[in-house]
Design a protein around this ligand. Structure first.
Ligand code: PLP
Length: 460
């Protein structure tokens, strides 16, 4: 029986439009340059990244395997630094951080945002300059704040009244005077094409602008001689494709800057507008152009400050996903191919929600392709699933794979560089996969894959 499954008779006709599976793409073998890493393509049918054959990668390093296109990631770092010349670009380390990424950031002239003592330790372990690090987090521990003070991180973004008091005390005790910013909740929440601008801010991050908490934070910090208030910070969301939400946020922040000037006769010199720039995961996604974002944001900041009668502050941006997302690919080996009620085919691979939780966590979409060979077989509607004990263990919800797919084939999932390895778990005691960087026909391990010994280490 053919496993071509679209449209599969009446079942799909009964579905609501948004539930109907997508149409098969014209060419199952296509490696769309808008989605896949900059140096990827097919050579004699096989996917290559950084001019390395994925079959060689799988043979040498096993699967699942994270493959990072070094040229792609570094060139995106450079693109941001170039487009935002005159501003500061801080990579948001939570997207994916390891020693080698920190070295690349250093080489390419970016700063780094960390959100925990562990992320800070990674950066310091390879000598990243602490003054180019910003410390984030809504509940930094005393130990984390103390370490940040001791090593002299460039900025600490405070997120609560308790933290202001805690940091003020610790700074005084250690004889330091850290530069701090206030994380302001502007009521703007952006996601892809839409943003909502509300007056109330029902979330754990930041100090509310509308409720006056941000203004009160300013008062408390200015009253503490051990803290130096340098600016305001706002991060409005993720997968954002245009600058409209940033404009509303920047206008509201400018309003607070004016209030600070009027009340305290203080002009804050810095403004951090966060990150959140979108990337293309699937065919229809549009990724904003970095130059357009940079020009747009600078124009917005200049305009709102001019309107408010303020000098233009130094701008910082914090891209994470847009730097490291598109250059990453996950390789899996197919283990089983199961036709379910003629409705769709479940393709099980050797990883799952432990190496990519984004689909289970927020219904993320991904592009997947048969990587170890090209195929001219007809498309079959498929779902790529992992090997975990959860029916929600899905990597790609709806996709088309060639109907001659068989155990032993390699699948590649695109745009997994951000928020996959960094969110990886050991669920079901699966070891976390290795990360290899590929460039100019060579691969090198930048994070060793975990072994059974690693899984048992620390157990008594
Ligand atoms: C997560 C985060 C970012 C980066 O977001 P991306 O969507 O990866 O660009 C930047 N700033 C802050 C404060 C964040 O929490």
């Amino acid at each position: 029986m053919s496993r071509f499954a679209h449209p599969a008779g009446d079942r799909h006709a009964e579905m609501l439009p948004h539930e109907r599976p997508p149409l098969p793409p014209a060419d199952l073998n296509r490696i769309n340059p808008a989605i896949w890493p900059r140096t990827s393509g097919r050579t004699d049918g096989t996917l290559t990244i950084g001019h390395v054959d994925v079959r060689d990668l799988a043979r040498e390093h096993g699967t699942p395997l994270f493959v990072l296109d070094e040229h792609d990631v570094r060139s995106r770092m450079r693109d941001y630094v170039t487009a935002f010349a005159g501003s500061d670009v801080h990579y948001a380390g939570k997207a994916f951080l390891c020693k080698e990424i920190v070295r690349w950031l250093h080489d390419e002239g970016l700063g780094l945002d960390v959100a925990s003592g562990g992320e800070l330790a990674v950066a310091l372990s390879v000598g990243f300059p602490p003054e180019r690090i910003t410390m984030h987090g809504n509940n930094k521990s005393v130990a984390e704040l103390t370490r940040a003070l001791e090593v002299g991180v460039g900025r600490i973004v405070v997120d609560s009244f308790e933290e202001i008091a805690r940091l003020g005390y610790l700074a005084e005790r250690h004889g330091k005077r850290p530069k701090v910013m206030i994380r302001v909740t502007t009521g703007v929440e952006a996601h892809t094409h839409e943003f909502i601008a509300t007056a109330h801010d029902d979330q754990k991050f930041g100090l509310s602008l509308s409720a006056g908490a941000a203004a009160e934070a300013v008062r408390r910090i200015l009253a503490l001689p051990s803290l130096e208030l340098v600016g305001l910070h706002s991060h409005i969301g993720s997968q954002i494709v245009d600058t409209a939400g940033f404009e509303v946020a920047a206008r509201r922040l400018a309003g607070l800057l004016v209030q600070i000037k009027d009340e305290h006769d203080v002009v804050l010199p810095e403004l951090d507008l966060g990150g959140g720039y979108g990337i293309a995961y699937v065919e229809d996604d549009e990724a904003p152009d970095v130059k357009e974002i940079a020009d747009g944001l600078r124009e917005i900041v200049a305009k709102v400050c001019e309107d408010a009668g303020l000098p233009v502050p130094r701008l910082t941006v914090e891209p994470g996903r847009a730097i490291v997302g598109p250059g990453g690919v996950t390789l899996y080996e197919v283990g089983t191919v199961k036709d379910v009620e003629g409705l769709r085919t479940y393709v099980s691979v050797d990883g799952g929600m432990s190496d990519n939780v984004r689909t289970a966590l927020y219904g993320a979409d991904y592009t997947v392709t048969l990587a170890s060979r090209a195929s001219t077989a007809e498309p079959m509607l498929s779902r790529v699933v992992g090997k975990h004990c959860e029916s929600g263990d899905i990597i790609v919800r709806d996709c088309f794979l060639p109907s001659d797919l068989a155990p032993g084939d390699l699948l590649a999932v695109a745009a997994t560089g951000a928020y996959c390895r960094s969110l990886a778990s050991n669920y079901n005691y699966l070891p976390k996969p290795a990360v290899v960087a590929v460039a100019d026909g060579a691969a090198r391990v930048i994070m060793r894959g975990e072994t059974e010994d690693d899984l048992l280490r620390g157990q008594l």
